[in-house]
Design a protein around this ligand. Structure first.
Ligand SMILES: *Cc1c(COP(=O)(O)O)cnc(C)c1O
Length: 397
């Protein structure tokens, strides 16, 4: 019996992957054990973040880093840092930003539901470009000059959501940002693997980059990484750390937080509700070290192997066609393609039966309206392949 059943909750078969609503990725034993060890001691949290910063710097090439409670928390802290810099009086005023640099430019095609985290800092998003290539009406999106034209004295940052199809190119956006002294914040939450993307955005000149710790890195679900410029990471850390300290006895590690540049100890900041525990910090660091050492090809091959096995087991299934496809992470995934004018409805009916059966099987429904149920292998255990195949046969027969 799992610990969840003790509380009346039944674990699901996760054919989606590292989705937050399903609890993210599953953690490795080494990560779980590191977290349990971390739980047994008290530490100075600023010192721990300074140590984490060293590991993050080493693995990302950034000047400094911070373990956050997720990529979304990283976006809030990144934005706050760009608005306030190292000024504690500005930090104290957030999310009130009158008289400060309080707008963030974003290509309209990069808008997404996580950018609420950016707005939470008290800024207004200024959208530029028309994502015509997604409307079926044309081929244009956003041009670098449109970002440049939107820059004013109130611009705190440019937000860029990294995807392989993002436009303009990051190089072009960084070039505009540099020319005007405006930092570029990257949402790279789900851009891992490949592990090379831990370095790619910093190398391309981004000022701050946010990653999820609970997705492919395999860290705790409530963890993430913010890395980038030393001064901005310092400003971000100051707005998250608990600073209930006595002034004369506040002795943060100098290479991480330079007191001499601060007019006083900042009060609890806008990021204080996004606190991250010592267990999450250690868990994230251990997971991150494993992630960069992981045999990436081997992992992709193992996932593809599960998909091939499932494909073989649902061969000739009634009501739909099973076809392998390649996911954006390079692994094979299985699409169940439903035919006819009401394909979306049929797919939804099958997905519903999968999800409401016992155990619940939750599939990737991002193409449901095209009549496709996708089975992703990332969080599947080998023995679950047979269960999924059996249920599919039963439902569609
Ligand atoms: C998952 C995701 C986030 C949120 O990440 P958390 O670590 O869950 O906070 C933000 N942006 C994008 C593009 C994502 O895919």
């Amino acid at each position: 019996m799992s610990i969840y059943e003790e509380f009346g909750v039944e674990p699901i078969i996760n054919a989606v992957g590292w989705a937050t609503r399903l609890g993210g990725y599953v953690m490795d034993d080494a990560v779980v054990s590191a977290m349990a060890q971390a739980a047994r001691h008290s530490v100075d949290m600023t010192e721990l973040q300074a140590a984490a910063s060293k590991v993050i710097s080493e693995l990302t090439g950034a000047e400094a880093g911070l373990v956050t409670s997720g990529a979304a928390a990283g976006l809030l802290l990144a934005t706050a840092a760009c608005v306030t810099g190292a000024d504690p009086s500005k930090m104290a005023r957030l999310p009130e930003t009158e008289g400060m640099r309080n707008t963030v430019i974003v290509p309209r095609s990069h808008r997404n539901l996580y950018d609420h985290a950016v707005r939470t800092a008290g800024v207004r998003l200024v959208e530029v470009g028309v994502p015509d290539r997604f409307s079926g009406a044309g081929s244009r999106d956003c041009e670098p000059w449109e970002i440049e034209a939107a820059i004013t004295k109130d611009t705190a940052a440019i937000l860029y959501v990294a995807t392989p199809w993002a436009r303009p190119s990051l190089d072009q956006v960084v070039e505009v940002g540099r020319r005007h002294g405006v930092p570029v914040i990257i949402d790279a939450a789900a851009q891992l693997p490949p592990a090379s993307n831990l370095k790619a955005f910093i190398a391309a000149g981004a000022d701050l980059v946010a990653y999820s710790g609970g997705k492919a890195i395999g860290g705790p679900q409530s963890s993430g990484i913010l890395c980038g410029r030393r001064d901005l990471i310092e400003a971000a850390a100051l707005q998250m750390l608990d600073l209930d300290v006595v002034d004369e006895l506040w002795l943060p590690p100098k290479q991480y937080i330079d007191r001499s540049g601060l007019r006083g100890v900042p009060p609890h900041g806008i990021g204080r509700p996004c606190k991250v525990g010592k267990e999450e910090i250690i868990g994230l660091l251990v997971a991150l070290r494993q992630f960069v050492k992981r045999d990436e090809k081997g992992a992709v091959e193992a996932w593809s192997g599960l998909t091939r096995e499932l494909h073989a087991q649902v061969e000739g299934i009634a009501g739909c066609t099973a076809r392998m496809a390649t996911s954006k992470w390079g692994a094979d995934v299985l699409d169940l393609i439903f035919p006819g004018d009401d394909a979306g409805k049929r797919a939804a009916a099958v997905a519903r039966e999968l999800q409401t059966g016992k155990p619940a099987i939750v599939a990737d429904l991002s193409k449901l309206y095209e009549g496709v149920i996708r089975i992703n292998p990332y969080c599947l255990r080998p023995e679950q392949v047979r269960i999924i195949a059996g249920r599919l046969r039963q439902i569609t027969k």
